[in-house]
Design a protein around this ligand. Sequence first.
Ligand code: PRP
Ligand code: URA
Length: 208
Amino acid sequence: MENLTVVENPLVLRDITILRNKLTEEYDFRLALKRISYALVNEISKDFLLDEIEVETPLETTNGYKIKHPIVLIPVLRAGLSMVSAFIEMIPHAKVGHIGLQRDEETLKPVDYYYKTPKNLDVSKVIVLDPMLATGGSASAAISFLKERGAKDCILACLICAPEGVKKMAEDHPKVKVFTSAFDRELNSVGYILPGLGDAGDRTFGTL
Ligand code: PRP
Ligand code: URA
């Protein structure tokens, strides 16, 4: 799948195992999710453009760099919130918008309930955060909304994705790169990722 980058290393594989384990409690779940988010932001940042600047060390002037474009983080509520802290620590000047989407349990279609995004989406690198890419309905709707508001350069960061969701993203938004830490087998009959980790929002916030 051309639009997909799977970020894998031994620490990520260990942390995905912690997330998958049904016995993992919210506290450890959130920490593992945060550690994987650091790995994702590192990989995603390889696409950032830099401006060269001069920097004065205590000894002399040398070359340095700053990120060329503004960066906007867009967590998809609720579960995407859990990825924000790692991303904002690594990109402290990022602005943060929010999109509230909830899958209708029967139709599996996303229902929107909240939107608030910063200005200047058109000149920003926009990183959508959502741990689960299942049918792809929520992520695709979030990116369509951002494009309607002017976003031109969007990336999707997730933890676990299903082939169905990656395919939908490639069809609806072929230019959007998807970064994930696991590419799972399939969806079950009610739209959950297999083997997956269950409901990311409920497991993060303890609302099971
Ligand atoms: C989850 C997840 C995604 C969506 C993925 O959210 O965080 O947003 O499902 O499914 P899809 O690819 O089939 O659209 P959910 O609707 O459970 O809301 P929540 O984060 O509030 O729990
Ligand atoms: N949303 C989740 O939280 N988990 C899934 O497996 C699918 C959608």
